[in-house]
Design a protein around this ligand. Structure first.
Ligand SMILES: *[C@@H]1O[C@H](CO)[C@@H](O)[C@H](O)[C@H]1NC(C)=O
Ligand SMILES: *[C@@H]1O[C@H](CO)[C@@H](O)[C@H](O)[C@H]1NC(C)=O
Ligand SMILES: *[C@@H]1O[C@H](CO)[C@@H](O)[C@H](O)[C@H]1NC(C)=O
Ligand SMILES: *[C@@H]1O[C@H](CO)[C@@H](O)[C@H](O)[C@H]1NC(C)=O
Ligand SMILES: *[C@@H]1O[C@H](CO)[C@@H](O)[C@H](O)[C@H]1NC(C)=O
Ligand SMILES: *[C@@H]1O[C@H](CO)[C@@H](O)[C@H](O)[C@H]1NC(C)=O
Ligand SMILES: *[C@@H]1O[C@H](CO)[C@@H](O)[C@H](O)[C@H]1NC(C)=O
Ligand SMILES: *[C@@H]1O[C@H](CO)[C@@H](O)[C@H](O)[C@H]1NC(C)=O
Length: 757
């Protein structure tokens, strides 16, 4: 099933130096695009700025083996000091000999894999974080995505405050996009495609707009989820009807288009880096990325490198965790300075009703986009022929103008069955299945999915020659259904493959059937003989979850302007909830199992709680530097990530002051006890006392020292140590919680996860 998250496989090679003899005797090879990371302190004084130094560096490379007339692509100043250019192997070799050279990243490309949520998150007009944060007023969210459809009502600037004076961004002119479409809501819009074009990919009207205008609709969806204005009476063809608005409806938006439609969706690492560089320079407060590069060490991951640079400037970076679940170790964007977001379902179901001639009625699932009714229609079931009963092949003259019952029994794919029934000329169909691998746009035919617990009853009635459908009705939306949230099957799971010492994802946010704005002028789906367009549509993916958290971060930022990105993340994590709306632990859509923090992180976001967390676990750049030293990075690797030539690591370890805990116990290695040291900062009442409450299952022993911490002033810090032991017979993944509880109604909750192998 298609999911909106793009995974780019970044194949970075630290290129080996070729022996000079071979280079000299080989004819110049085709040039390729590289990102070249330079040491900023090596810039000779006679260059007024870094860009002219970068340009000069490329221009002064040997012309003998140059291929491209204009090899230079971008100069980067914020995400790293460096540039991208098309270079031949011998030019690259020459460049890498320069003392100013820090690292080389080979260009890589990726493809897209693939409104009611404010209420579900407890956001209310007259209570909690919305009014307190003035709905995100004066906060700027930068979205790195496929562009934006500026005319969408979600980007109206009705009621918006003025553009903050510190803003340095702008709206560019381009194909079907004029700067005049920008407003007090959409305050910046840029596009970056040099990297893609250098690779020979055409940006033409046929494929995409050569401007920030959104061709695909993905960036319009994520932007309106984060900070869309109020739009009344929107729906997905009648489903999920209501008021659309982003999580931070008063925040400003800036779009950095780096994902392009070619034959499919592609994005070049050079362009992503250019977009992030521009966002930092323009002055965004929050950056939201619903895309990812590879699962590579941080010194090879340009998103991780660029994000660290953003964090140092106080910008919160929120990224999608990826859609590669339910397998473990599938998270992307798991660097400890990034806020990594998994996708959960919401408490909304899309329903259709079926009444049979025998009076029995059923409630099933459907997204068929028309409120049609089918009444008094013969029912067909190919009872004696498995190919017919499973709707693998149907006889047109037998099923025409009937409603067909298809026994799926979770063996056949519903999409294929629907296609057969539709082509055979039936009026409608009933699919007996528990699987839900269908996207809303796949319901191009009046079909209803019924759970297999009704299978025998329905098939028995349908086997009768005279059976009929009394009525079948579509377009019902029910809210408050449960259990919700559940961890979406596709949402990527920890442990993080790059740093298993940090629990990832950090949190869960709505990412299943999220209603938000899309491109309105192209067909969204086809039904019968009609191509249907819509202004708002349901999308699923961790791509949809990340902008929810970007919106919450904007609200927290609006309330606490001086908080660091780590403090904002801590507030969102320690107030997250691990219970669903039926008061049980959050479950997994995958097989309906109980989920673990490897799926939901610290829990599902709870924006009102995040405003007043009581305590925060803060982190600064030096903490991350020490963490990287703890990973055993050598000098070259360190300077690639932290973009400095000098640093010091007085404490070396991978135990960051993180608001969650994860330990791996290896049966064959001791010790069997792990210690975590943490420091919390009081951001609640000046005088307060917190008591540690440990909730762990059998097989885990956790102690906290001291178990009571007292504060006498705001911003005071206190240290404590958590010791974790695990029983040899404990399950492979075991987890509990440490909760610091005070007498002012704060519960500061952290998951403690233990894995053993
Ligand atoms: C804006 O872009 C369009 C389309 O590329 C072009 O036709 C137009 O001349 C540009 N206007 C300005 C002022 O650059
Ligand atoms: C790009 O467009 C040019 C001119 O229209 C064409 O010759 C070339 O084949 C196209 N390249 C790709 C990769 O489609
Ligand atoms: C389809 O059904 C009709 C009527 O029952 C029958 O005459 C015909 O032979 C069937 N066709 C096939 C290919 O089975
Ligand atoms: C089949 O239909 C006939 C006539 O309507 C009815 O008498 C009979 O009980 C039905 N059988 C089943 C299994 O529903
Ligand atoms: C149903 O149809 C089959 C074959 O067409 C026939 O043999 C049978 O008698 C019918 N049953 C009823 C209850 O009408
Ligand atoms: C650091 O490790 C890289 C491989 O990741 C290697 O190419 C480089 O030479 C090493 N640098 C130092 C200073 O050891
Ligand atoms: C357990 O630890 C030992 C020693 O550190 C190591 O050699 C071994 O590969 C580890 N086993 C697993 C399954 O991680
Ligand atoms: C304490 O918190 C709970 C849940 O967050 C809330 O329902 C309750 O009203 C709060 N009580 C006070 C006294 O603030």
């Amino acid at each position: 099933m298609e999911r909106s998250f793009c995974s780019l496989v970044l194949l970075v090679q630290l290129l080996m130096l070729l022996p000079a003899l071979i280079v000299a005797s080989t004819p110049p090879k085709k040039s390729e695009t590289y990102i070249i990371h330079m040491d900023h302190s090596s810039k000779p004084d006679h260059f007024s700025d870094h860009e002219s130094w970068h340009q000069h560096t490329v221009n002064s490379l040997s012309k003998a083996c140059q291929e491209d007339k204009e090899p230079f692509l971008y100069s980067y100043t914020h995400v790293m000091n460096g540039f991208s250019a098309k270079l031949t192997p011998c030019q690259l070799t020459e460049l890498q000999k320069s003392p100013a050279h820090v690292a080389t990243y080979k260009e890589s490309f990726g493809k897209l894999f693939t409104t009611h949520t404010p209420e579900f998150l407890g956001l209310k007009r007259n209570f909690g974080i919305w009014p307190t944060a003035s709905y995100g007023k004066d906060v700027i969210i930068g979205v790195i995505d496929t562009g934006i459809w500026p005319e969408s009502e979600s980007f109206s600037d009705k009621g918006m405050s003025n553009v903050p004076s510190r803003w340095k961004g702008k709206c560019e002119n381009g194909t079907a996009f004029s700067p005049s479409v920008c407003s007090k809501k959409l305050i910046g819009a840029r596009s970056f495609s040099k990297g893609l074009q250098a690779a020979g990919i055409n940006i033409s009207t046929e494929y995409d707009f050569d401007s920030p205008r959104d061709f695909e609709g993905h960036g319009t969806h994520t932007s309106s989820t984060a900070a869309g204005n109020y739009v009344f009476g929107v729906s997905h063809f009648g489903y999920a009807k209501g008021t659309a608005r982003g999580i931070a409806p008063s925040a400003h938006l800036a779009m950095y288009k780096v994902l392009w439609a070619s034959d499919s969706y592609a994005s070049a690492a050079t362009d992503i880096l250019a977009g992030m560089d521009q966002a930092i320079s323009d002055g965004v407060d929050i950056m939201s990325l619903s895309l990812g590069l590879g699962q590579t060490p941080y010194y090879q991951d340009v998103i991780a490198i660029a994000s660290l640079s953003a964090i140092e400037k106080g910008i919160v970076v929120v990224c999608a965790a990826g859609n590669e679940g339910p397998g473990s170790g599938t998270t992307y964007n798991g660097a400890p300075w990034i806020m990594t977001v998994g996708a959960g379902s919401i408490d909304r179901s899309y329903l259709a009703t079926l009444e049979l001639g025998n009076g029995l009625t059923y409630l099933g699932t459907s997204y068929f986009p028309a409120s049609v009714s089918i009444t008094n229609t013969p029912l067909y079931f190919g009872r004696d022929d498995p190919t017919k009963s499973r709707c693998l092949a149907l006889n047109r003259s037998e099923v025409t103008e009937k409603v067909v019952v298809c026994d799926n029994n979770n063996l056949v794919d519903v999409y294929g069955q629907m296609d057969v029934v539709k082509r055979a000329g039936a009026y409608g169909a009933v699919f007996l299945t528990d699987s839900s691998d269908m996207d809303p746009e796949d319901y191009s035919f009046p079909g209803i999915l019924l759970p297999t617990r009704y299978r025998n009853e329905v098939m028995e009635y349908a086997s009768n020659n005279t059976s009929i459908v009394k009525s079948m009705r579509f377009v019902f939306t029910e809210t408050g259904t449960g259990p919700a949230p559940e961890v979406a099957s596709f949402s990527s799971r920890g442990p993080d493959p790059i740093s298993p010492f940090i629990l990832k994802p950090d949190v869960l946010a709505p990412g299943v059937d999220v209603l938000a704005a899309v491109r309105p002028d192209v067909p969204f789906m086809e039904a019968g003989n009609y191509d249907l367009t819509t202004n708002y549509a349901l999308y699923s993916g961790t791509s949809m979850a990340a902008p929810h958290v970007a919106g919450v971060a904007a609200l927290v930022k609006a309330v606490h302007r001086d908080w660091s990105p780590a403090a904002i993340r801590s507030a969102i994590m320690t107030t997250a909830t691990t219970l669903d709306n039926e008061h049980g632990t959050i479950r997994d859509q995958w097989k309906g199992l109980t989920a673990t923090p490897l799926g939901f992180g610290a829990g599902h976001i709870n924006p009102n709680g995040a405003m007043d967390p009581g305590l925060i676990y803060d982190l600064d750049t030096q903490d991350y530097i020490q963490f990287l030293c703890g990973l055993g990075y050598n000098e070259t690797e360190m300077s690639a990530v932290i973009r400095r030539s000098q640093w010091s690591c007085d404490v070396i370890g991978t135990d960051l002051n993180y608001p969650s805990f994860i330990a791996n116990f290896n049966q064959t290695s001791s010790p069997s006890e792990k210690h975590f040291t943490r420091t919390v900062t009081n951001v609640g009442a000046p005088t307060s006392t917190y008591r540690a409450s440990v909730e762990v299952p059998s097989g885990m022993i956790v102690s906290v020292e001291p178990s009571t911490i007292k504060f006498t002033s705001k911003y005071q810090k206190q240290k404590f140590v958590v010791s974790v032991q695990v029983d040899k017979n404990a399950p492979k993944v075991n987890y509990g919680y440490l909760k610091w509880i005070d007498d002012h109604n704060h519960t500061v909750s952290s998951p403690i996860v233990v894995t053993s192998n």
